[in-house]
Design a protein around this ligand. Sequence first.
Ligand code: PRP
Length: 237
Amino acid sequence: MMQDGKKSGANGASEGENKAAARCDAPTMISIALPKGRLGEKVYAMFEAAGYRCPSIRENSRKLIFENPDAGVRYFWVKPSDVPIYVERGAADVGVAGKDILLEYEPDVYELLDLGLGKCRMAVAAKQDFYDSGERTLRVATKFPEIARQHYAGRCRDIDVIKLNGSIELAPILGLSDVIVDIVETGTTLRENNLVVLETIFPISARLIVNQSAFRFKTAGIEAITQKMKEQVEKDD
Ligand code: PRP
């Protein structure tokens, strides 16, 4: 039957209206960027315990996207420092990133919850016999140039930032830098390389973050995830 030039279904609504209604009834898919690696596995286990299972993610494969329409979730494995980019630009609705990454890149996202995982700290470390006389520019090796700059700007100390991408502890040993600004978890890497912590800058843990428009348009789904994850955090405390 045609009405006003539009096809109409049994309920008298046009086909377009029925399709729109079906879309509204479909559970909203929430896409989640997980940080690849050990932390990501713990984070996924928390999502799973919170009711957002996606068994295929545990299969040993090189796949990067996993979906469970019944649970309304789609997961991506993302390099940890890239998680805020995916979330800020809306390629993922939510994600999990360390506070270190959030303070370094300052993405325009909302931080919803401290997951209490991946606990460590950002610290300044140096060789045991290092003494800063303050007489010359301090050479600081780090993966976190913004954090290092802000830290030393706060104490009006001139620094030369040496941006490295890993094995930061090598820098003071080889004379490339005076100090490092880096993550300390167990302290083993520092100890085994005869370095010591001079000061802790801030504590770190994994945070649940959300894209700003997703938070507006998928509010119910995102609030449900946040609430269920919060229950998991409280259970683990
Ligand atoms: C991080 C960090 C330290 C180490 C600290 O490095 O940069 O090197 O972990 O952990 P610990 O206190 O438990 O020894 P990561 O393992 O990410 O490797 P990287 O050197 O490639 O950055």
